[in-house]
Design a protein around this ligand. Structure first.
Ligand code: HEC
Ligand code: HEC
Ligand code: HEC
Ligand code: HEC
Ligand code: HEC
Length: 356
């Protein structure tokens, strides 16, 4: 049995190594040739009252007047959704057309927020950009109704979770969100993912309560991950109960793509006397270990593969039979962005310990 297990382990390692090696040795083909984006000039601002309303064709036209927001957005995942190396690799260098629409979409207010995203024909390198979320018929839409220098038009939907629906509803995330306690309390996606900040929206304007454009709080944010799940251990007789509760996310954890994985690892440790260099010493040995993974199902196989995500407010209760009466238990929860990479390191989400 042990030998068969070792052989099986070796085969797994080989497959893993070959897979990883093949990924790294793969020659990354040059990205699909795209003309470098040219910054179009700002629309004509002269003419005073009565001039034609401004019509925008590129996110770069927003940079000078909204430089703080522009800079935040530049370091956000939305800005790199087209150019990041993972997207290039997994789409086989943009050949998998079914993958492209959400990563460089046409303006959502134009297409209709409630409809599926459509791939745009103009410059795709900016990914999910200012135009994608704010523009309809070339005109800026926002939540201020300020009629500012870019002739903004009021679009109240941008203040609600509806602002995120267009691209994020195709996974299960919105269904999970609408069933969450946080949704019932009136929270929006922005409340957790776009921090409130008081500042001028454009130089010379009034101070306003507005939101940061660095979408934080997801899988790339280790601080948020530490506050997402609670982990609790209890021993009764020979039964260990481990409870993992989703306390910080208003949707399943991990969310929302199948690359992500949350892993619970538990060790049972027992102090045993051992002879070491001629002296008897007390050493703590691992006598049993368990591992449980939580993961969303692949989008295309949602009906066939059950989700093991932990839903908002849900306590996931797991029980294990202990092999001994006394000892110590250590448990750790980690998060991996890349479940497909066998060697990917996890980010710690929480840990717990108990003596019994
Ligand atoms: C319906 C819209 C949509 C389609 C179609 C889509 N994606 Fe995505 N993709 C998203 C969203 C939304 C996220 C962010 C979700 C998250 O981070 O959990 C994402 C995230 C990713 C990431 C993760 C980037 C990171 O941070 O690690 C990769 C890679 C990716 N997609 C590749 C693909 C590939 C390959 C396909 C086609 C098989 C595809 N996408 C199709 C919407 C889409
Ligand atoms: C993923 C969608 C998205 C992208 C991309 C995006 N925004 Fe926003 N933006 C929003 C949302 C949603 C709000 C409103 C947040 C709130 O107050 O609830 C907002 C608010 C604003 C505001 C404040 C005024 C207002 O209407 O609330 C400005 C100015 C703004 N965005 C400019 C930009 C610029 C410039 C870019 C590109 C650098 C950009 N946005 C990219 C979604 C987006
Ligand atoms: C010439 C400078 C200028 C340019 C260019 C510009 N804006 Fe503005 N924008 C402003 C000013 C000024 C305001 C009003 C700010 C205020 O009242 O606090 C504003 C307001 C806004 C608002 C709020 C609209 C509302 O009234 O609800 C949004 C959203 C916005 N801009 C996004 C953009 C985007 C996206 C671009 C690029 C496509 C852009 N802006 C280009 C100066 C500019
Ligand atoms: C037009 C499509 C679109 C809209 C609208 C949109 N997103 Fe995204 N979002 C994406 C894509 C595509 C990705 C994946 C980016 C990448 O490749 O890493 C993503 C990634 C994310 C991530 C993952 C970031 C991370 O750290 O991994 C979060 C969180 C997120 N979006 C939240 C939001 C919120 C909140 C809103 C609404 C204010 C929103 N999105 C609106 C398309 C969109
Ligand atoms: C109560 C706070 C909260 C609310 C509300 C919330 N989220 Fe999240 N979200 C989180 C936390 C915490 C995580 C990180 C853990 C995880 O990935 O599940 C996360 C993760 C994500 C991710 C995955 C990021 C990644 O890197 O894989 C996306 C996408 C996302 N949220 C989008 C949304 C959208 C869209 C909404 C609104 C429908 C929303 N969230 C509402 C707390 C929240």
């Amino acid at each position: 049995m042990a030998r068969a297990l070792i052989a099986f382990g070796l085969v797994l390692c080989m497959v893993g190594f070959l897979y990883v090696a093949s990924r790294f040795s793969e020659e990354t083909p040059a990205p699909e040739s795209q003309p470098a984006p040219v910054t179009p000039p700002l629309p004509d601002l002269s003419g005073g009252p009565g001039r034609a309303p401004l019509v925008f064709t590129s996110s770069q036209q927003c940079r000078d007047c909204h430089s703080e927001i522009y800079t935040e957005w530049l370091s956000d995942q939305h800005a790199s959704s087209w150019t990041e190396s993972n997207f290039q690799t997994f789409t086989e260098n943009y050949k998998r057309v079914e993958c492209l629409s959400c990563h460089a979409p046409q303006p959502m207010l134009q297409v209709g927020i409630e409809k599926d995203p459509l791939l745009r024909d103009t410059d795709r390198t900016a990914g999910v950009d200012c135009l994608t979320c704010h523009i309809k018929d070339g005109r800026v839409h926002g939540t201020l109704g300020s009629n500012g220098a870019c002739d903004g038009i009021l679009e109240p939907q941008l203040k609600t979770s509806q602002a995120c629906f267009h691209c994020h509803h195709t996974h299960n995330l919105f269904k999970e969100f609408e069933a969450s306690p946080q949704f019932k309390q009136g929270m929006t996606c922005q409340d957790c993912h776009m921090a409130v900040v008081e500042r001028v929206v454009s130089p010379g304007g009034p101070k306003r309560k507005t939101r940061k454009h660095f979408i934080h709080g997801g899988g790339h944010d280790p601080e948020a991950l530490k506050k997402t799940l609670s982990l609790d251990l209890k021993v009764e007789g020979r039964t260990l109960t481990a409870t993992v509760t989703n306390i910080g996310a208003a949707h399943g954890v991990p969310g929302e793509i199948n690359n992500r994985i949350v892993r619970l690892e538990i060790s049972v440790l027992v102090k045993q006397k051992e002879l070491f260099q001629g002296k008897e010493q007390e050493i703590e040995n691992e006598v049993r270990a368990w591992r449980r993974d939580f993961q969303p199902p692949p989008r295309m196989a949602r009906d066939k593969i059950p989700s093991t995500q932990i839903m908002p407010g849900e306590p996931r209760v797991l029980t294990f039979e202990l092999p001994v009466d006394h000892g110590r238990i250590e448990a750790i929860l980690t998060y991996r962005l890349e479940a497909t990479l066998l060697m990917a390191e996890g980010v710690e989400m929480g840990r717990a310990e108990i003596n019994f």
